[in-house]
Design a protein around this ligand. Structure first.
Ligand code: GLN
Length: 204
């Protein structure tokens, strides 16, 4: 006899371009650290049907103009916009989540009321690292890696700003969504992934 038991937690990582495997590894690590007692799957998403049953979606960093084009090409724009779970967006993902961006080639998802400057740190500081205080995050500053990072230059009243630098806002939460200018999937510190998952209230 075969019994069907649904998976408790399903996390999809948009796999059109960018650092996909790092996100999968980071979510697996976060789930592991959050304890046992539930089943989970973390997998790549490429087509609208892949989203079915997902509790969360990660939109990785990469090149927001390219990811945007591929989202449209793969008919993913509306399915992501109407996705009912939480979205964890990093770097180029943060650009895509915005309402407004300084580059008309990006067809933003318009899911977080913020204006984003795509390459806010310019050429001189294409990549750098910084220890960031993050609102409400226990355990001290977060070691953040910025790679051609964007910032939000303004955010709507309902958007919770978690961290900012001189150039602008680098971490926000909005409802079930989290958007970060930097790359938490690269540092082995899963506190932000865990916080995102806790907010979704899907773990038993
Ligand atoms: N600034 C880049 C963009 O707009 C994002 C860089 C990144 O994801 N590392 O696409």
């Amino acid at each position: 006899m075969r019994c069907y038991k649904p998976v408790d937690v399903k996390i999809g990582v948009l796999a059109l371009q960018g650092n996909v495997s790092e996100h999968i590894e980071a979510f697996l690590l976060a789930l592991n650290r959050m304890g046992q007692g539930y089943s989970s799957e973390v997998f790549e998403i490429r087509h609208p049907a892949d989203l079915s049953g997902c509790n969360a979606l990660a939109i990785p960093g990469g090149e927001s103009t390219t990811i945007s084009r591929l989202i449209d090409k793969n008919y993913m724009y509306e399915p992501i916009r109407s996705f009912s779970g939480g979205i964890f967006a990093t770097c180029a993902g943060m650009v895509l989540m915005a309402t407004r961006v300084d580059d008309t080639r990006v067809h933003t998802l318009d899911l977080i009321d913020m204006t984003v400057d795509r390459n806010a740190f310019g050429r001189q500081r294409e990549s750098f690292e910084a220890d960031l205080p993050i609102k409400g995050l226990d355990g001290g500053p977060f070691h953040a890696i910025f790679i051609r990072a964007p910032v939000a230059t303004c955010a709507g009243a309902g958007v919770s700003v978690l961290s900012r630098m001189d150039q602008g806002i680098v971490a926000v939460e909005y409802g079930n969504h989290m958007a970060l200018s930097f790359h938490p999937e690269l540092v082995g510190d899963t506190r932000l992934h865990e916080r995102f998952l806790k907010n979704l209230r899907i773990l038993p």
